[in-house]
Design a binder for this molecule. Structure first.
Ligand SMILES: [Zn+2]
Length: 334
């Protein structure tokens, strides 16, 4: 559980308002808040920030995708927030319903609450015709609004007047030099109800100290592509789900919906990557599917450094999440 004083809530609203402003959101925008409301802080955090800047909030929360598409169209929504995996699902559903999101007034989105790659951003921007911004936060610190990208999308400005960031070597606990990758550690500077001192986030990033072309002087952190605890060790090789995502986005004809299934055979760990293909590819000849499978297996091996099994699955076979995507299914037994 988390606790806030009235002042803490005021700070939260103001850092979120700042994040939204850096996405170019202002009074007059119609904002679809597709983050869950409730114990997940995404929904309320965006809500407070939107109220503070005077934008119109549609508190639709997560789920009920058909209604999301309808609302986006009928209310002429101009900006949205969601987890990137859920937004991608929303775009697919819109297309099935005959709605081309690129033709709607939607122009910006704030995405976060799960690691996502640069190629995923490119995919979202192309499919939706919007600018997709990264938003960083965590419930233990305040919720969303700890850091946010600006127009230049070159890392997230940390709201350093309230959250003091450090990057450490997760093994030794020592601070690493600027620009060097490590684990993000945050100290809250203004929080009253639940202050945190050097809280280890498990998120892997690096400090960017070069000035940003936008003129903000708040230091930036590199976008979080992975967490130290989502690392899988497979036959002695470190594997991150984000590497799998990057490999499959590099191959055409696949959707960034994937699932990693871990099993153990005769004491040896096996990894299977199930990858959804587009309806066009799925309806294609067997030869084409075999070729695609080989291409993917090659891309995976090239990126991960080990050979894994790749299986192509039909559209919509991998379960969609309304919040954070579940990427790894571990069926290994000790
Ligand atoms: Zn900037």
């Amino acid at each position: 559980m988390v606790a806030y004083t009235q002042e803490d809530l005021g700070v939260w609203a103001s850092v979120m308002a700042r994040a939204l402003a850096s996405y170019g959101i202002h009074r007059g925008d119609v904002f679809q808040n597709a983050h869950g409301y409730g114990l997940f802080t995404g929904g309320l955090g965006f809500h407070y920030g939107l109220e503070a800047i005077g934008a119109t909030v549609i508190p639709i929360s997560g789920g009920n995708t058909d209604r999301q598409v309808m609302i986006m169209k009928d209310f002429k929504v101009t900006a949205i927030c969601a987890t990137p995996s859920y937004f991608l699902h929303l775009l697919e559903r819109a297309s099935e319903m005959g709605v081309d999101v690129r033709e709607l007034p939607l122009r910006a989105g704030g995405f976060g609450a799960e690691p996502w790659s640069e190629s995923m951003r490119q995919r979202i921007q192309a499919m939706a015709g919007i600018k997709a911004y990264d938003c960083y936060g965590l419930t233990e610190i305040t919720g969303p609004g700890v850091g946010a990208e600006c127009w230049f999308q070159g890392g997230l400005h940390v709201h350093e007047d309230h959250f003091y960031p450090e990057v450490i070597d997760p093994e030794t606990g020592e601070r690493v030099a600027d620009g060097v990758e490590g684990e993000l550690v945050i100290t809250t500077l203004s929080k009253q109800a639940m202050p945190m001192i050097r809280y280890r986030t498990r998120d892997i990033t690096a400090m960017i100290t070069e000035p940003c072309p936008c003129g903000r002087t708040l230091r930036r952190i590199r976008r979080i592509g992975r967490r130290s605890d989502d690392m899988l060790i497979l036959r002695g090789v470190n594997v991150y789900p984000s590497q799998v995502e990057a490999a499959l986005l590099a191959v055409e004809g696949t959707l960034p919906h994937y699932q990693i299934v871990l099993t153990r055979e005769k004491g040896l760990d096996q990894m299977e990557v199930q990858v959804e293909v587009t309806p066009e590819v799925f309806g294609d000849r067997i030869v084409a599917l075999v070729e695609l499978n080989e291409k993917l297996a090659y891309a995976m091996e090239h990126t991960l450094g080990i050979r894994v099994q790749v299986s192509l699955v039909g559209p919509h076979t991998i379960q969609r999440s309304e919040g954070k995507a579940k990427r790894v299914i571990d069926k290994r037994k000790d």
